[in-house]
Design a protein around this ligand. Sequence first.
Ligand code: 9J3
Length: 291
Amino acid sequence: MQKQFPFAHTLILGLMLLGLNAYADQAVEPVPTTDYLSGKGVYQVERYTDLPDVPEYAEATVWYPANKQQPFGAVAISPGYTETQDAISWWGPFLASHGYATLIFNTNGPKDFPDLRAKGLMAALDILTGENSRSGSPLEGKLATDKLAVMGHSMGGGAALIAAHGHSDKIRAAIPFTPWQPNADFSGVTIPTLIIAGEGDNIAKAAEHSRLHYDAIPETTIKGYLEFTGGNHFIGNNQRSNLEVHPQIGRYALAWLKLYVDGDDRYRPFIYGDVPNMDNGIVSRYELTRP
Ligand code: 9J3
């Protein structure tokens, strides 16, 4: 061997380096830790806005994990009353860096009520699903089109709950943050739903919105109620929050998605285990139904 092909070892080394190089293109998610879930994930984030038009919402942005090799799930997010996507856009790069395509839209009218925002969320999930098969789409062939979730702020959170109430068959998880929806019937919500509330929210008061929403979801549904001590209406927004809790809100939301959208049990302790105890100082109330 050496005689006939003295550079065999060099060739093999070269091939190994090529292999390593190809491997370096795909990120590897570490074993989840509190710190890891609280910040940016391993994936390289790309964004685009050139999407098919729909009547249910206006402009939208999609963020996605550009170097994730395994098929990934998708999340649609609605902003609140008079808000645009910019009010909550931090969720896009955060969730994409952890492996989810994330679409955030502008509503047609800034004052559209939650029922219209819910239609927007369902249309957004259809668009995301379509991106998987649309020729030339950045998401072409990359999505796990059965792994869908909805989120939203305030009236957008009410919308996420309305969408879950009407379409639990099409969605795997819902995460409304400081949601707003009076007189809500959420008896049809059968998907795991995490409601994030602010104890000091004066706009969508927890006692009149988030708490009632939590109680309106059947006991047989996997649900969570996470309330931040003294938190205002904007704890899950880019700005106007009175607390710095993006790391914690992000971690709980992400663990919920990983556990219930992807079915990854490694994330269970971040919802049900001892880990949440460390948030005692900043969480005023945390309730869960036991699956
Ligand atoms: O989406 C929201 O922030 C709801 C705020 C609100 O109180 O609307 C009342 C019309």
